[in-house]
Write a protein that binds this ligand. Sequence first.
Ligand SMILES: [Zn+2]
Length: 299
Amino acid sequence: MQNLGSNNNNNKHNHKNRKTKKSASAKLFLIAVLILLSAFLAVVCYALASKDDNKTPSDTPEENQTTSSSTGESTTKPQTTASATSIPETTASVTTTAKTPSAPGIVKIDSDNWELTLVNTKYRLPDGFVPEKLLTVVNDCRLDSRVVPHYIDMYNAALNDGAKLTPFSGYRSYEVQERNYNNKINYYRGLGYDKTEAAVKAATVIMPPGSSEHNLGFAMDIVTCDTWFETTTEFTWLRENAYKYGFIMRYAKEKTDTTGVIYEPWHWRYVGVKAATDIYQTRDANGVEICLEEYLEIN
Ligand SMILES: [Zn+2]
């Protein structure tokens, strides 16, 4: 029993020694961990500091790129990059390319080729533009005085064939266009789009002021402003005969990417008999009638 007791004492002593050694090891381990932790924190701090240093040079070329691509479209002031950074990157790149309604070139009307004047979201009329002379077609529906005789000729020819090309909407003032456009922007903002996105979306439905052929006085919406028009005998007649009087269907469904405007079978634009005939007879690679933008590029 004593032996056993003395063994017990020895065991206790040994155990105490082991305990002391163990606690010393634990302390060493703790110190090692603290050193490693400090080293790790130092590395993290250094990395963060380096990142801040790199931020300026890597962001600057992007900002310059955005600005130069915008100014490439036009000489007018591009949209600020501040608004671009508040929207997702993909949308930002869209708004700085062709469809930006705030960066169009200003149209100059060539008096020798006035009928080929191109206005769209890239080329707009000067602020407050008013045509030199407007003439009434019917009621309060007016067109540029040079276009009216051609519309009346076309109207009478269609009537002889049993189609009634009732004028629905002709010349629209810059101010009315501005009001309609702003109303459409507010509509899209109400759906949750931010300011830039709402402006881009609105421009595909209502042209920004100065970007509409209705501001120019060369275009007539016939009978209605609704796609059911394409099912009428009036539409069929126009598709077959309008070019003979110098009119083209301006916004085809296959050309929305080029014109920047939705399909509008009711919108007919005067370009003169020669251009209208050329456009009517020229097909793109897909067999589709070319649009005014394409015609002007090849002529
Ligand atoms: Zn129209």
